[in-house]
Design a protein. Structure first.
Length: 120
């Protein structure tokens, strides 16, 4: 298994923009749903953005979705998550999903390595 975090982060925005152009209704519906659910809910006693992103990352790892992993790691870091918290979320995903999910921790590692580089 070979993961290229650099290539993902360079090409993903254009790939998603092209997909959105093909069917803007999907993007509009999902985007609104995403924005509504992923906002900070801590003022109302709910989860904050970092907690939600760590959950999303864990689910992405369990679902073996490279794009989900890369996207949510970036969002986790922006929300203030540490490398340790990110790897803990990946570990919980492995515990829930077993060996096949464990192989996707390599995507987590590749994303963290790429995003740790200056200018990433």
């Amino acid at each position: 298994m070979l993961h290229d975090a650099k290539k993902f982060y360079e090409t993903w925005p254009a790939t998603m923009n092209a997909t959105k152009a093909m069917n803007p209704d999907i993007a509009k519906a999902f985007g609104g749903f995403f924005q509504s659910l992923m906002k900070d809910g801590s003022a109302e006693g709910g989860l904050d953005v970092k907690q939600k992103e760590l959950i999303a990352l864990g689910i992405g790892v369990t679902a073996r979705c490279d794009a989900c992993i890369y996207s949510h790691i970036e969002k986790c870091l922006k929300a203030g998550a540490t490398r340790k918290e990110i790897m803990d979320a990946a570990g919980v995903a492995v515990m829930m999903g077993g060996g096949p999910v464990y192989t996707y921790t390599t995507v987590v590692a590749a994303a963290l390595e790429h995003l740790d580089k200056p200018g990433a």
